[in-house]
Design a protein. Structure first.
Length: 132
């Protein structure tokens, strides 16, 4: 006898997105955290804003380094490739050289075929330096 198995619904969880904070927000939080004097105030601030102490540490370090612009969100991922104009030109010249070499090899092959065909048929081909 076969038992009937009930299917369970699978829940699709949305993918988490990385949070980004503006430079203005970061400065305000650092100022507010620096103004905390009572024990536990900083922790309450971080809980209220949903932040970690590491956020505060990094933002303070960036602010102390004088990098106010560094507080702006940074783009993540691989950096774009720097295009070297000389490398592009070199690649183009190499492609042209490869194409010209291929054409020259085809032309030499055709000349060889013509020579062999003329030998087989007994036809004398004019030499290149002879005038017509």
């Amino acid at each position: 006898m076969l038992q009937r198995v009930e299917r369970q619904e699978t829940e699709v969880v949305p993918k988490a997105k990385r949070r980004t904070f503006t430079a203005k927000y970061k400065r305000e939080i650092v100022r507010e955290a620096d103004g905390c004097t009572e024990p536990g105030e900083t922790g309450a601030l971080l809980r209220r804003e949903g932040l970690y102490s590491s956020h505060l540490t990094v933002w303070r370090r960036e602010l102390a380094a004088g990098a106010l612009a560094a507080l702006a969100p940074k783009k993540r991922g691989p950096k774009g490739k720097q295009v070297d104009p000389q490398a592009e030109e070199l690649a183009m010249v190499r492609r042209q050289l490869d194409a010209a070499t291929a054409r020259a090899e085809r032309a030499e092959l055709l000349v060889e075929i013509q020579k062999k065909l003329s030998l087989m048929l007994g036809v004398d081909l004019p030499k290149p330096d002879e005038d017509k």
